[in-house]
Design a protein around this ligand. Structure first.
Ligand code: BGC
Length: 367
């Protein structure tokens, strides 16, 4: 943060303290009341939805860490309504904030509001999802999303013994939301594993749907995915068996399982296909334990929160935050300096160690 920006920030943060005092009844905000250190700024946190466990954990975790360090916080959820998120961010800017942490709903819909943030000298951090087509994204804190796709793809490769030459197997793939850059990177990751097996015939896709736009799921919506699975099963699988499904998100995995069970999969003579997931949500980890969903990807939101707080603390102290990557994350306008965390694949063999022994979930959470 430049000196000028810093001075501006301190002044604006004092203004915010006064303003926030008058706004404490806002039901959608989580505000810390009194800051323990008045010299620290206010952080606006815009999250996409409370309908998914992970975003609730992300939001709460950041608020807790930031407030402990003496920041004010405003946490709001856009509930997957793009215009709602735009208004929430505008509102935060008007109220006066110093830092903006955004997990976008539609990564390309925030160009105007980010310009507004820049005009107010607010530092903008893209959280997990990259905001596209804007010069005004200062840092990006995320998991290796290509790696997420590779991990899920390699899980299927291993379960089906593809490297040893087994096959052919029938597989269908699902993608995440087309307005979320992560969904595209995730697709590139698993296709980098599957492509050679599709080309040599070990993997067969009876629906023929292999392009991202054919398999994408708007807003990662589980009901939309279930409808697509129902259609695929009735159109392609009356006389074929489905061996594997790449699912990019746990709630989608569970809806795929529901659809499959509806036509008799999940019995001894017709086992469920290999099914992946993402986020290690409790319903899906329970499904993994029960032997239905096969794997999920654990993204430790505590680490993402730590990285975000690290960036804010560095900026607050007038220092350059340490980043891992200054080449890869091109948002169409600029390459955004990025801090990366590693995703971990979880299945029956390691959920105890990765999720319970690490303190992320208790035994009780997974009962
Ligand atoms: C995140 C995933 C999440 C998905 C749906 C993506 O941007 O990277 O972790 O499962 O959104 O909420």
């Amino acid at each position: 943060m430049s000196k000028m920006k810093k001075i501006f920030s301190v002044v604006s943060s004092l203004t915010v303290l006064l303003t926030l005092g008058a706004c404490s009844s806002d039901a959608e905000s989580s505000e810390s009341g009194e800051a323990s250190d008045e010299s620290k700024g206010t952080v606006g946190i815009a999250m996409p939805t409370q309908s998914a466990e992970r975003w609730i954990a992300d939001g709460n975790n950041m608020v807790e860490q930031l407030e402990e360090k003496g920041y004010e916080t405003i946490l709001q959820y856009g509930e997957d309504d793009v215009q709602n998120q735009v208004s929430q961010i505008e509102n935060m800017i008007t109220r006066g904030i110093d830092y903006l942490v955004i997990a976008s709903i539609d990564g390309s819909a925030l160009t105007n509001v980010l310009e507004m943030a820049d005009a107010e000298d607010i530092d903008v951090i893209a959280y997990d999802r990259l905001m596209m087509n804007s010069d005004y994204v200062d840092y990006y804190v995320t998991f290796d999303n290509f790696g997420v796709g590779v991990l899920g793809g390699e899980y299927i490769e291993e379960e089906l013994n593809l490297a040893e030459g087994d096959g052919p197997f029938n597989i269908e793939m699902f993608g995440g939301s087309p307005d979320d850059n992560n969904a595209v990177i995730n697709y590139d990751g698993y296709m980098s594993v599957f492509q050679e097996y599709i080309d040599n015939g070990q993997l067969v896709i009876p629906s023929g749907q292999t392009e991202f736009n054919q398999i994408a799921t708007l807003r990662w919506d589980a009901a939309t995915a279930q409808e697509r699975m129902d259609n695929l099963l009735s159109a392609q699988y009356t006389d074929k068996v489905l061996d594997a499904v790449y699912s990019p998100y746990d709630p989608i995995s569970l809806s795929i399982i529901a659809s499959l069970k509806g036509i008799g999969y999940g019995s001894d003579d017709k086992p469920l296909p290999v099914i992946t997931g993402q986020d290690a949500t409790t319903p899906s980890v329970k499904s993994v334990i029960a032997g239905e969903q096969d794997s999920t990807i654990f993204k430790d939101t505590r680490l993402l929160g730590n990285s975000t707080v690290m960036v804010i603390e560095a900026l607050e102290n007038g220092e350059e935050p340490e980043v891992d990557d200054t080449e890869t994350y091109d948002n169409g306008n600029i390459i955004v300096p990025t801090i990366l965390q590693e995703p971990v694949i979880v299945d029956q063999s390691n959920y105890q160690e990765i999720l319970i022994d690490s303190g992320y979930y208790s035994e009780e959470d997974l009962k």
